[in-house]
Unconditional design. Sequence first.
Length: 346
Amino acid sequence: MEAALVELHGRKLGKFDLENAAAAAAAVATVQASPWWRVSCVRRSERKSSPSSPFNTAAFQQEASRRLSMPVGVVMRHAQRLYEGVRVDGEERGLITYMRTDGVSMSEEAIDATRRYVAKAFGTGPEWLPEAPRVYRSKAKNAQEAHEGIRPVDVNLTPADLSHVLSNDEFRVYQLIWRRAVASQMADGRHEQLSVSLEDGEGSLARASCSRVITPGFEAVLRPHTADSASVNGATDGDGGDASDASGETSGGDGESGENGASDGGESGEGLATATALEARRQALMASLELLVENDSLPLLRVSRTQHFTSPPPRFSEGALVKRLEELEVGRPSTYASILRVLRDR
């Protein structure tokens, strides 16, 4: 297994504490001087994650831009068609509520319908359905909540039911809206976190950690491919700047550091393969960490160091620009797409 160095000579390592190659080399030499490391602490904890509210216009445009890689104008055209209606089973049916809105709430009827769907699809247990409905309110100071958040008109009309009547992009947009709305009324996701600390007796400390899903809750809808995956990491070792980190690999497993960047976007084969690989790594690390108890001694097998570089802020994507416009209170939900169009044209 891999553990990241978090303390050196009794001092916690910050982001820029190993500021050059010489400092990193000295840290590596210190770690290598201790051939055996003792398990000083095995800590288990539980973390909960809560669902987000249904989309308002700004959040919808940001997520569609980020998850679906669609320009904001294209996203809104697809949403407009879903709102105006498509032919389903021989009749024209509007599929989503009004898509230019500051609101994030849902009507009582929509909440009841969503909770009934969750109970039917997953069960009525507290791991799927919270005891009381979730109620959301916009946090924006100038929010005009005349409309609900963006949600499916009929929650029972799942994305799979519409795959034969929608274009691929329309399907992905509807799926994004449907998943977010359904997830908003589901239970929290619960994750078990396991952290193992190793010390060398000379004031240095390394840490390996892993988490796994206890109950996925809303993540079963929002991130179906990753609901059974969890983060796998050595520890926060101060990445960024020109700092280097020294990681000591000890015996006891073959897990490696990394992290799970779960996505709630489309169901691609690549996404499924990534989730499967992360799950395999998580299981390997979790299995090795669970075997350890305090005062176990582990031999040091290898020490590696990695250099990190700071980067300037990236250029605005359309989704990031919409977020910034919202923060600055520039424009309204109905004008974000036209503002971006003018900027592109100029």
